[in-house]
Design a protein around this ligand. Structure first.
Ligand code: URA
Length: 216
């Protein structure tokens, strides 16, 4: 029996959905508490992951129900979930709920506040045997610097299929990442127009890591 291998289309996907619009509004609000901010991040990550995983290959698997034998499916490929520390952690659990067999490989990158350049401080990817598909999660894709650094690391590891999931991206960041990795699939809830002079996304939502971890 043949596995289902849907066509993989690279590019930028701004997911248009009423639930995304509502949860994103709540997430953006300056009045949203950390508790509620985290739950909106989880809901948005679930909705993004649902879209981003549409083309995963599935192989047929027999299932016995209480009444009969039927055919089900299971994921064919090894899936890696790659949170960019630290804000990406907020998106891990909802994606793992959907793909419990995913391997979680953390990448620690922080933005040097003076240069706005990414600095890698944690990466323990095992050499050889890269995952087949990487889902890189970071709620905010601002300059694209951290995402580019993460993609470079994953490409060196040997990952063939790169999927990026961000809740908000800047138009500038998206353009930079798309240009450098035209083969990647970029899923976002919203593309915001500008970065301010300290490279925060505007209107954005402020610092996602600080709002998730209540370190404002
Ligand atoms: N990181 C954030 O958390 N927010 C931004 O606006 C930009 C980068």
């Amino acid at each position: 029996m043949l596995s289902k291998s849907p066509e993989i289309t690279a590019g930028v996907f701004e997911v248009d959905h009423p639930l995304i619009e509502c949860h994103l509004s709540a997430l953006r609000s300056v009045n949203t508490t950390p508790l509620s901010f985290r739950s909106h991040v989880r809901r948005l990550a679930t909705l993004l992951a649902y879209e981003a995983t549409r083309d995963l290959a599935v192989e047929p698997t027999p299932v016995t129900t209480p009444l009969a034998e039927t055919e089900g499916g299971k994921l064919t490929n090894r899936i890696g979930l790659i949170p960019i520390l630290r804000a990406g952690l907020g998106m891990v659990d909802p994606v793992l709920d959907l793909i419990p067999t995913a391997e979680v490989w953390h990448l620690g990158l922080y933005r040097d506040e003076d240069t706005a350049q990414p600095v890698e401080y944690y990466s323990k990817l095992p050499p050889g045997r890269p995952v087949d598909v990487a889902l890189v999660v970071d709620p905010m894709l601002a300059t694209g610097g951290s995402m580019l650094a993460a993609l470079e690391t994953l490409e060196k590891w040997g990952v063939k299929q790169l999927k990026l999931l961000s809740i908000i991206a800047s138009a500038e960041g998206i353009e930079i990442v798309e240009k450098a990795y035209p083969q990647a699939q970029i899923y976002v809830c919203k593309i915001d127009p500008v970065l301010n002079d300290v490279k925060y996304i505007v209107p954005g939502l402020g610092d996602a890591g600080d709002r998730i971890f209540n370190t404002l």
